[in-house]
Write a new protein. Structure first.
Length: 641
């Protein structure tokens, strides 16, 4: 039925569902622990401050890839109120609640203790807790939604419309959610081979346009992407390598909760898999085949990237621009875990049904006890990785100065990841692009073996040379001005003392310095836009891809060049230093590929909204809604829960 395009239980939960969500939130409180207190959060990709910059990638504008899509937009939207940190904490607690309740729901009609075990196996899995700790928020949210969507995504031919709506929901999480949901659907299509597969495939393509289109726009410039080998799942030698079955294998071993090669996790993972095989037949028939196929792929792909016989093939595929979204192969493990949790819990219930006396309770408690052992190392702040950090006043002072007088910022140290001293020397993504507004240049070098960085900013090679000159003691203020740099934001961490050319450069003014940060202003900075006659102008930004300029002269805009910029109908060009050279003439300055982004986004979410409106109208008393072509006229038992 068309009215099934919206899962009713997601909108009108029962009392049991509300209790399950509450239990999941308590799990989140136990994991986040100190992170719920005030302060910024810094650990690997986790950079959460009261202020988060608005991502430009959603328009197809570089240099940042649109990985998290509209979820980042939502987070940044509350930044003006200084509530980004509060919003992230609430989002993660909600994700734990959703993950627990969703997995427990899949284990019905087992007793409450068994369903609680399924919820805890999924929400407290080493996979989930690790991704929370390293800041992969979009993947965490998508994983938390997966149990609720699984009955639909694992049987997409039954209701293409409902599948499409769920796919649109996952696309809000960008590449992390889109690929996860689309992969489940693809596996289910292969397993079931429904007659209406073409409709489902069309829905997959349309639903993912909001992040696929800007991604294609950015990748069309043939960027130099980081070698994929650094991001493949880590699998230790046997028997410890079986810990992947329990949710281990994150590409950065030191950040994996419980560590990679954990023998205890390996044994428990094997036990859970055995229980899942037993319990698989107790999953609803309508979607268990598709879920099983997705689980198989979700387990084999990470293993294929880690084992010698197939590693070269996975590296070759993920090394291509179109394969790059799959390079973190362990992400697909979520498809395996969402099947494992309810199937293993139902397997334990099956054993309990054949036991007597205390044996029944013992078997039913196995999933819950196993979950506590596996997720235990991640409780209470993940061994200090979620310890809040007080953000120095100098950071806020620098942010206000830059916001009052905008201009390109050069972020130093010239590293994409650095050891942040005021965050316990944890390895963290450079916080300047997230914390500061506007154009921030940061190195794309990830400092990984066989890594070349992701050069999406054409100014980066010039900046590389300037940084090298700084380290040799040379004064670079004039060259910084030529590159359009107005501010130099230097965090006193890692190798900050090697930038000796900055410290006595007469062309730089030190305006902020508190021992953790030094902010320099470039005296010879010539303004945002400079004409051939050296006149300075400030463009009037309507939205990031649309600006007005009150001069008809040819000019250089201190922004990264990117194919697609135009002035009126004339194409802009890239200057030798990677800046954008605007032709003479009238008309607005605009980025025409953004039209494709807007059209794709409107088509996807507009179609989903229309389906949802029609679905609600179809539920009115006396109304009738047309059946989905190819769908079963009645909902399957798994969807009525």
């Amino acid at each position: 039925m068309l009215s099934e395009a919206i899962p009713r239980r997601c909108w009108r939960p029962s009392g049991a569902s509300a209790v399950a969500v509450g239990c999941g939130v308590l799990v989140g409180v136990a994991v986040l622990g100190p992170a719920l207190g005030p302060g910024g959060l810094f650990n690997l990709d986790l950079v959460i401050t009261p202020f988060l910059s608005m991502p430009r990638g959603v328009w197809g504008l570089g240099p940042e890839l649109p990985r998290r899509a509209l979820l980042d937009v939502a987070m940044a939207s509350v930044s003006g109120l200084g509530l980004s940190g509060v919003a992230w904490r609430a989002l993660m607690l909600g994700a734990f609640g959703s993950a627990f309740a969703g997995a427990a729901r899949l284990a019905r009609p087992a007793p409450p203790l068994v369903r609680a075990g399924a919820g805890l196996l999924f929400s407290l899995s080493p996979f989930m807790v690790t991704r929370v700790a390293v800041g992969h928020s979009a993947l965490v949210v998508a994983t938390a939604l997966l149990p609720w969507a699984l009955p639909t995504l694992a049987a997409p031919g039954r209701s293409p419309r409902r599948t499409f709506v769920w796919l649109c929901v996952f696309s809000l999480c960008g590449v992390f959610g889109g690929l996860l949901a689309a992969s489940v659907v693809a596996c289910a299509l292969v397993a079931d081979r429904p007659k209406n597969a073409h409709r489902v495939i069309g829905g997959v393509v349309l639903s993912q346009l909001p992040w696929v289109v800007p991604g294609i726009i950015l990748l069309s410039g043939s960027p130099d992407l980081t070698d994929s080998s650094a991001f493949l799942a880590k699998v230790a030698r046997l028997p410890g390598g079986f810990d992947v079955l329990a949710g281990h294998g994150f590409w950065s071993g030191p950040h994996q909760v419980g560590g990679n090669g954990n023998l205890t996790a390996a044994v428990l993972g094997l036990g859970l898999l055995a229980l899942a095989f037993r319990g698989h037949r107790r999953l609803p028939e309508a979607w268990r085949r598709g879920a099983g196929a997705a689980a198989l792929v979700g387990l084999l792909v990470p293993l294929a990237g880690a084992l010698a016989p197939t590693r070269a093939l996975v590296e070759a595929v993920t090394g291509l621009p179109l394969g790059a979204p799959f390079r973190d192969t362990q992400r697909l493990l979520a498809m395996y875990l969402v099947w494992l949790a309810p199937a293993a819990a139902l397997g334990a219930e099956d054993l309990a049904a054949h036991a007597r006396g205390a044996g029944q309770s013992l078997f039913r408690a196995v999933p819950l006890a196993t979950a506590l052992v596996l997720g235990g190392p991640g409780l209470f702040g993940v061994n200090g990785r979620l310890e809040p950090t007080a953000i120095p006043d100098a950071w806020y002072e620098a942010r206000e100065l830059i916001a009052d007088d905008p201009g390109t910022v050069l972020a130093l140290p010239w590293e994409n990841y650095l050891d942040l001293q005021n965050a316990g020397s944890r390895r963290v993504h450079h916080p300047a692009p997230v914390f500061l507004d506007g154009d921030v240049m940061v190195s794309s070098d990830l400092d990984l073996p066989e890594s070349s960085g992701e050069r999406l900013d054409p100014r980066e090679p010039v900046a590389d040379d300037l940084v090298a000159r700084m380290r040799s003691g040379a004064h670079t203020s004039e060259a910084l001005a030529d590159l359009g740099v107005r501010w130099v934001f230097l965090l006193r961490t890692t190798d900050w003392a090697t930038y000796t050319g900055l410290f006595d450069d007469p062309g730089l003014d030190l305006v902020v310095d508190d021992g953790t940060l030094a902010l320099y202003e470039v005296r010879e900075w010539s303004g945002p836009v400079t004409t051939a006659s050296s006149r300075e102008f400030t463009p009037a930004e309507v939205v990031p891809p649309l600006l007005g300029l009150s001069t008809s002269e040819a000019a250089t805009w201190n922004a990264p060049a990117q194919p697609g910029w135009r002035r009126g109908w004339r194409a802009a060009e890239e200057a030798d230093n990677g800046l954008l050279r605007l032709p003479s003439g009238g008309g607005v300055v605009w980025f025409w590929p953004s039209i494709l982004v807007v059209v794709g986004t409107a088509a996807a979410y507009g179609t989903a909204a229309a389906l949802m409106v029609r679905a609600w109208r179809g539920r009115r008393p006396g109304s009738s809604a047309p059946a989905d072509r190819g769908a079963s006229p009645a909902a399957a038992p798994g969807d009525r829960r």
